[in-house]
Design a binder for this molecule. Sequence first.
Ligand SMILES: NC(=O)c1ccc[n+]([C@@H]2O[C@H](COP(=O)([O-])OP(=O)(O)OC[C@H]3O[C@@H](n4cnc5c(N)ncnc54)[C@H](OP(=O)(O)O)[C@@H]3O)[C@@H](O)[C@H]2O)c1
Length: 248
Amino acid sequence: MKRALITGASKRIGKAIAGFLAENGWSIVVHFNSSEKQAKELSETLQLKYPSQSFAIAKANLLNTDEVAELVPNIISRFGEFDLLINNASVFNGGAIKETPDDLFEMQMNVNLKAPFILMRDFAKHCKRGNIVNLVDTRITSNRSDFAAYSLSKKALWELTKMAALEFAPEIRVNAIAPGVTLPPADKDENYLNSLARKTPMKKAGGVEPILKSIGYILDNNHLTGQLLFADGGENLGTAPGFANQER
Ligand SMILES: NC(=O)c1ccc[n+]([C@@H]2O[C@H](COP(=O)([O-])OP(=O)(O)OC[C@H]3O[C@@H](n4cnc5c(N)ncnc54)[C@H](OP(=O)(O)O)[C@@H]3O)[C@@H](O)[C@H]2O)c1
C-alpha cells in the first residue's frame, strides 16, 4: 500500500492534495497542528470514500524541533515506512527586512525551512526510498522584500530541494512546486485574489488544480529529480503587459 505524509493537510491546499492522492490510491497521514477537528473530519471522510486505503492524523507543532524530530519515527512505528513526503505546511507573514523582528524571522525559518529539513532527513534515513515534494512559492524568483523572511525561507527550501535531490538519488526523488496566486490568505477574500491574479500572464487565479496536476506529473515521471514546477500561470515571468512592471 503506498502511503503519504502531507504536512498541514487539514485545510486549503494541503486538503486538496490529500483528496487528490486518495483518489489516486494513496493512504495518507494528515499532519496538523491547530486544526485537529478539520484533520479528523478529512481523514474520516476519505476513509468512508476509499475504504480499502487507510487514513490517519498526526499532530506536531513545526515550531518545536523536538516534535518535528519525533514525527517521522512516530508515523513509522504506527504504520510502517511511507513512500511520499509532501512539505506543504507553512506560515506566511509580511514585513520588509527593516520591519522583521527576530521572532518573526525564526518562526518563518523554523516552520518553512528547518522543519522540512528535519522531515526530509528523517524520511531519507528511515524510509530510504520514494518521493519528496516541497511547496515553495513563485516569489522565490523575485527580490521584493515585502515578505522578506517568508521569501527567504522558500528560496532556501528550493536550494535544499536540489541539494537533497543530489544526495538522495537514485532511491529518493526530490522536487518542488512553486504556486502563484492560488487561494486568498485567511484574512482576505476572492476580490483580493482576483486583483492580484489579473496582473499575471494568465490573468486569473489558478486555484489548486495546477498544483495537483504538478504532483501527478512528478509522481508519474520516474526520471525527474531536483526540478521546480511553476504552478503560477506565468507569474514567475513578470507582470502581464499593460500593468506597471513589478521589480523581480
Ligand atoms: N495559498 C496560496 O496562494 C499560495 C501561494 C504560493 C505558495 N503557497 C504555498 O503552498 C503551501 C500551502 O499553502 P496554503 O495557503 O494552503 O497554506 P496555509 O493555509 O497558510 O497553511 C497550511 C497549514 O500549515 C500549518 N502550519 C502552520 N504553522 C504550523 C506549525 N507551527 N506547525 C505545524 N503546522 C503548521 C497549518 O496547520 P494547522 O491549521 O493544523 O495549524 C495550516 O493549516 C504553503 O507551503 C505555501 O507557502 C501557497
